[in-house]
Design a protein around this ligand. Sequence first.
Ligand code: ATP
Ligand code: MG
Length: 409
Amino acid sequence: MRDEILDLKDYKKIAVMGGTFDPIHYGHLVAAETVRHRLGIEKVLFVPTGRPPHKNNRNVEHDEHRYLMTVLATANNPYFNVSRIEIDRPGMTYTIDTIQSLKKICSDETEIFFITGADAINEIMTWKRVGELLRICNFVAVTRPGYDKDSLLRNMTGVENDYRINITFIEVPALAISSTDIRNRVIAEIPIKYLLPDEVEQYIIKFGLYKTAFENKPFFTFINQKLHTVLTPERFAHTQGVAYEAVNLAKVWGVSAEKAYIAGLLHDCAKDFDDKETLSLCYDYGVELDEIIKRQLYLAHSFLGAAVAEKEYLVTDSEILNAIKYHTTGRAEMSFLEKIIYIADMIEPNRPFYSGIDDIRKAAYEDIDKAVYLALKQTVDFNNGRNRIIHPLSVLAMNYYENHFIASK
Ligand code: ATP
Ligand code: MG
């Protein structure tokens, strides 16, 4: 329903459920319905976001799809409506602007509630004009599975004290559903049925949403399905980003796109093991760890990753295996594929912003050795700042690429 048809003046209590809804799922719907019933809300307005400042650089191009999926999902609930207010607004989207616009089409007596998930409330302090926002609407925080409730309550107390307002806290049935995981499942060809309304599932299929950008081959599906079982949803999404970026770089630098895709997918295949599993797998696969790696075990995942890729994902190509092996430390005289994976890891589209990322992104497509040098320097500085020991391979690589890149000038 278009906003102009919806007359909000008639209501005393409305709630806004904001989100990317990419796609909308039962977690969102159950949260909204629970809050509506509990607080006696007359209308819940689902507001698909425009360009959210909190979402990282992910491509949120298909606003219309997100809007239509939200309409389909909410059509059978008389208390639910969808608003285009954010997707029709050009530029960055801030919640404060949305609530203020809504206030103008509501009556003075209308109370506005803002429903937000537990993960979002933690970011609240960073929102634009948060004090004002908290004053003009009532925040309702819903719990989300896997979330540390105590830290949520601590943070909420902090917000309440700072702004002297109340936040209503409502627990909703634990649903471990996230849009990230649904997108990951589509890529890996794993069922999404029963995680979201049938109509939305049909819509996703009809328009081929979220499908992998690269060619569909049984071997790739095998890798993606296996990765989906061992990686967290966020790591899986990062992996897709690296594979995508690596394919683009491969096309520019004359490397096999297929090799780049496989290496990108598998670069972190050993990263979500705990320390015990990491050590026992290193032992099983004969991966030797030097003293520095033993003391900083997070470095082991790339060396172990190469072994896991070979033994469990049946990769035989030594170029791919080396690209996985050296993606964390780097090394002097890397092959093009090694350089591509090293850089793709640092600049893939899901990477949260860090200072220097734009320079590395630019150099990656113009002067790859410069990009490698910048990326190494970024990593070394970051780890120095955390008082970590820099692995000698990285020190050697940085010296090598510094000279190399200066020599090429
Ligand atoms: P993504 O995985 O892309 O971050 P998401 O599943 O978190 O997507 P959003 O569109 O970011 O969905 O979420 C919109 C709102 O719904 C947020 O406030 C979020 O915290 C909340 N939310 C998301 N999933 C659930 C769930 N399973 N249960 C309760 N609330 C949820
Ligand atoms: Mg989210």
